[in-house]
Design a protein. Structure first.
Length: 277
């Protein structure tokens, strides 16, 4: 099934400050999440998600790279094989969490976040901004509006985090409670591979989890709750957002080749992320 995203409309970067005010609603505890349609307008979650299959990917997207796009596309291919998933009844959402791995505010400015949203919109993606830290909370948010399939695209580093018991400190039931909330019905993780420091490709087949969790890992793997997806191009593993951001700030390097063309043009035209041309 071919990936179909929403109709492209040129976002207005001049309106970033006004749209950024919506972020304040999350930080002031008025809401846990806000959503933007691909045209940049604020979405009503019930309208966007009602009776829809939902595929989401969490990232910093500073900026969105060709690696991110491949993760989305490969995740969608796998998601499209699930029962009842079609182009017409599926919504794809790029999600940015305001929190770090420990649940604390990562102190991203509203303007910075909205610049990322605009670049995602340029590629036709819907975007969600939330203060959720753990993936089961993200799943619970979507479950308020739909009972259909939910897919979450993650990397190997995210799977390692999910199988880290320290990640669930403060939860009475620990990792078992967390997994019970993440995988109760029609929810799956699609895991994109990575290249390690030795140049080896790591995926679910090579993943090592703590010895006391090996049967839990086997259980979710054998029951299809987590599934490997492939990279379309091994060269994409050479893309690192931090390096790209440094090159953008210096106005040097081959960063232009690592992001989609509309993204590189917008970064240079609007001097995003400290770009120096």
């Amino acid at each position: 099934m071919k990936l179909i995203v929403s109709t492209f409309k040129q976002p207005y970067f001049e309106d970033v400050d006004n749209q950024a005010k919506n972020i304040h609603l999350i930080r002031s505890w008025k809401t846990r999440a806000i959503m933007f349609k691909a045209d940049g307008s604020v979405a009503v979650p019930a309208d966007m998600l009602y009776k829809k299959n939902v595929l989401t990917i969490r990232g910093s997207f500073k900026p969105i790279t060709k690696l991110n796009v491949d993760m989305i596309e490969q995740g969608y291919k796998a998601f499209a094989t699930q029962e009842g998933v079609t182009n017409k009844n599926t919504v794809l959402i790029a999600e940015i969490s305001l929190n770090d791995l420990h649940g604390k505010d990562a102190n991203m400015s509203e303007k910075d976040i909205m610049e990322r949203v605009k670049l995602l919109n340029l590629l036709g993606y819907n975007v969600m901004i939330s203060d959720y830290t753990r993936y089961f909370s993200l799943r619970a948010y979507f479950r308020q509006y739909t009972q259909l399939q939910i897919g979450i695209v993650v990397g190997i580093v995210n799977i390692k985090q999910i199988f880290d018991e320290e990640y669930y400190r403060g939860m009475e039931g620990g990792i078992l409670e967390a997994f019970g909330k993440l995988f109760p019905d029609n929810t799956r993780l699609f895991v994109y591979p990575e290249r390690d420091d030795k140049g080896e490709i790591n995926d679910l087949n090579t993943l090592s989890v703590p010895n006391n969790l090996r049967y839990l890992f086997r259980h979710v793997l054998d029951n299809g709750f987590i599934t490997s997806i492939e990279s379309s191009n091994p060269e994409l593993f050479n893309i690192f957002s931090r390096e790209i951001l440094q090159q953008i700030c210096r106005g040097q390097g081959d960063w232009v080749d690592t992001v989609p063309e509309p993204v590189s043009k917008a970064i240079m035209e609007h001097k995003l992320f400290g770009y120096r041309g």
